[in-house]
Design a protein around this ligand. Structure first.
Ligand code: CA
Length: 292
């Protein structure tokens, strides 16, 4: 069936993941742009740098939103941010709500990332037992090597960690609280300053029904990272805790999707019975239905 997601305002997919805009040679939002365009949505994917500050990334996003508005002749955009991209989107909406119709957080560390907390400690001598510090740091280096071919932790990834820790995001939230839930695990206000806020995310889940995810190296990284969580043990996607991701109206936060499944990585290798691209399509259709 032909889908119709001809939203009034363009959708802007905002990447995160320590500033990477691709995994190897793959588009970060694998297959999402094509699916949305086939359904009639105008889609843009700006490139933000891997700078440590969510505000700086948010400013870069705002500059590109201005260009998109000028180029399309529309007045607002729908921002959909994955991972750290959600924080840039929140910043843009907080600063210029008149240019933003909606903010949707996909696996966003809206209350920080326990993985970032753990890595931060691992990289600061004396904060974790040496064995644990070495295990998590080594795993992270291997992960970065897989994503970007970088055989060591690049400086900008360490800087990005500071912006993603529970403490770092708490500072950010104090300045830009729009859409955050007032109780842990709850929903936030959907409509703030004329901007609608939504979120979805998943959890790594059990070993049953893994489908082709069993073949996905990124899934194995998420599963391994998941073990370093304590507050949201077993209730996380490998990089972000379930409740930490909550923003605005929570569409669902326990999809059987790890942190990179929600952008359909690696190259469509996900669990059985779930299609991450469909979530973007259905959400675009919803945005259309509510006049955005
Ligand atoms: Ca996967």
């Amino acid at each position: 069936m032909q889908r119709n997601a001809t939203t009034q305002h363009p959708i802007v997919l905002v990447h995160g993941l320590f500033g990477f805009d691709s995994i190897g040679s793959l588009d970060l939002f694998y297959g999402v742009k094509q699916a949305l365009r086939s359904a009639g949505t105008q889609v843009f994917i700006p490139h933000l740098s891997a700078t440590h500050s969510n505000e700086v990334r948010g400013q870069q996003l705002l500059a590109q939103v201005d260009r998109i508005l000028a180029g399309t002749g529309t007045t607002k955009v729908n921002l959909v941010g994955h991972s750290q991209g959600a924080l840039a989107a929140r910043y843009a909406a907080a600063v210029t709500p008149e240019r933003v119709a909606s903010v949707t957080s996909v696996s966003g560390p809206n209350h920080g990332s326990e993985l970032a907390d753990c890595l931060r400690k691992a990289l600061t001598p004396g904060h974790l037992p040496e064995q644990i510090a070495e295990a998590v740091a080594t795993l992270f280096v291997e992960f970065l090597a897989f994503i970007a071919g970088t055989p060591k932790i690049p400086h900008n990834a360490i800087a990005a960690l500071n912006a993603l820790t529970t403490e770092g995001v708490a500072d950010f939230n104090a300045k830009y609280p729009q859409g955050l839930p007032s109780t842990w695990g709850g929903n936030g206000q959907e409509l703030v300053n004329g901007v609608r806020y939504f979120s979805w995310s998943g959890i790594v889940g059990n070993l049953r029904d893994e489908g082709r995810n069993a073949l996905d190296p990124l899934h194995h990284f998420c599963r391994a990272f998941s073990r370093f969580f304590t507050r949201e043990a077993e209730q996380n996607d490998g990089m972000v805790g379930r409740y930490s991701s909550h923003l605005g109206t929570v569409l669902r936060s326990d999809y059987p999707l790890d942190h990179l499944d929600t952008i359909n990585q690696t190259a469509g290798l996900v669990r059985q019975g779930i299609d991450p691209v469909e979530l973007y399509l259905a959400h675009a259709e919803h945005l259309k239905q509510i006049g955005l």
